[in-house]
Ligand binder design. Structure first.
Ligand code: NAD
Length: 392
């Protein structure tokens, strides 16, 4: 795979600043992008934490106008996106900065692009929209405060709909600059560190087994798996641990680059209905499904699951390929449990009667499911949800 005659498009778009203290590059980048009237998109909790001041103060010191928009909510519904886009259109901003987790970053990049387009956000949705993006819009700088989504390097904005999620996706959504500073993540509570960290791990694992993987995305994914699986327990136990936070930050960034190029698959396709129907966070939805989806598709990617097991720090030497792939599933389940995320749908109070409607929505995610190394039918999807429900 990847070294045969199949060609791959690889995009590493934004100029990125990474590592502890990298926020110091914000003003010089804003200057390079000719900013003077800046929109900062964030959520009310980060404003309350005083995080927004770290962005606003240096920009105001330059004499630039800043407007802080704090109406972002986790897993943002379409209407929240529509409102922000309308606000952005009414004002003549020349730079959009997204500060926060994936929810704030997804909305910031959407606003930056859609401010320059006719129509509503709904017109541009992947599954139901009928319009395509035609230009890049306002320059964008994205600054993640979770180590999870990789949104700072992807061309996707995710929106919650009534019973599932949909995306707007186009390379115009890629930001001009990403600033990935682990110092901004030390305030994350253990529960969010765990959920967002497993989200990042899922990106790397799904990218590694994706039908679209290639040697470039493989390298990124394996390094992400090493960093995240080796540090997530410490980051959850001690949020101030600089080394663990730095590893998580690099891990989620690498995982983002990897899955943006190779794609995610079954875990994400099944996680979207969980988020949509039960308002479970994106990270937890992925976490509870990860061992069961990987357990189900295991026969289609045994060798790759051996590699994942080794990247997680275990030796597969004494094991057959089949045994090692089973152990990989077991270790993933242990990792999810160790960071205190429920390992069955029952742990989220989801009853067996919900599985049919989850499967009905899961099978609709055709774009994502197309990258699964094992084709998944609605029946397969129901079986996976059932395994996740019973915890076996
Ligand atoms: P989030 O942005 O919803 O944030 C979760 C919570 O953490 C919020 O309450 C927020 O206020 C808080 N928080 C964030 N940073 C903090 C910090 N440093 N200290 C304390 N609290 C902090 O969570 P997320 O998991 O980063 O993003 C989820 C969203 O991203 C979902 O909508 C998901 O579908 C989307 N997503 C997008 C992509 C992409 O490529 N664009 C990929 C995966 C997921």
């Amino acid at each position: 795979k990847g070294v045969d005659n199949v060609s791959s498009k690889i995009t590493f778009m934004p100029i990125s600043y990474t590592g502890w203290g990298s926020l110091e590059h914000l003003t010089s980048e804003a200057e390079r992008l000719n900013a003077s009237n800046i929109l900062i998109v964030t959520d009310p909790f980060l404003e309350e934490l005083g995080m927004t001041n770290k962005i606003v103060e240096p920009l105001q010191a330059k004499g630039w106008k800043t407007s802080v928009y704090t109406e972002v909510v986790p897993e943002p519904p379409l209407e929240v996106g529509e409102k922000l886009v309308a606000y952005t259109k009414e004002n003549k901003f020349d730079l959009v900065i997204g500060l926060g987790g994936g929810s704030a970053l997804d909305l910031a990049k959407l606003a930056g692009v859609l401010a320059a387009h006719e129509g509503k956000v709904a017109d541009y949705l992947n599954l139901t929209g009928d319009r395509s993006l035609t230009h890049k819009g306002i320059p964008k700088i994205l600054i993640p405060t979770t180590s999870g989504t990789g949104s700072e390097v992807t061309n996707i904005s995710v929106l919650s709909l009534e019973s599932t999620k949909d995306v707007v996706t186009h390379d115009y959504l890629l930001p001009d600059v990403a600033i990935v500073d682990p110092a901004l993540t030390t305030s994350l509570p253990p529960k969010v560190t765990a959920a967002t960290g497993i989200d990042a791990l899922t990106h790397a694992i799904e990218a590694y087994v994706s039908k679209n993987a290639n040697p470039v995305t493989d390298g990124l994914a394996l390094q992400a798996i090493r960093l995240i699986s080796g540090s997530i327990r410490q980051a959850v136990a001690d949020g101030e641990n600089k080394e663990a936070r730095t590893n998580m930050s690099y891990g989620s960034y690498l995982a983002g680059l990897s899955f943006f190029n190779a794609g995610v698959a079954g875990v994400h396709a099944l996680a979207y209905p969980l988020g949509g129907q039960f308002h479970i966070s994106h990270g937890e939805s992925n976490a509870v499904l990860l061992p069961y989806v990987m357990g189900y598709i295991r026969p289609s990617c045994e060798k790759r699951m051996n590699d994942i097991l080794e990247a997680m720090g275990f030796s597969a030497n004494q094991l057959s390929q089949e045994q090692a792939s089973y152990k990989c599933v077991e270790e993933l389940k242990r990792l999810v449990a160790d960071v205190n995320i429920p390992v069955s749908l029952k742990g989220f109070d989801i009853g067996e009667d919900a599985l049919d409607s989850l499967a009905d929505d899961g099978i609709k995610q055709t774009r994502i499911l197309a990258r699964s190394p094992m084709p998944l039918t609605r029946e397969d999807i129901y079986t996976i949800y059932h395994a996740a429900y019973s915890g076996e």
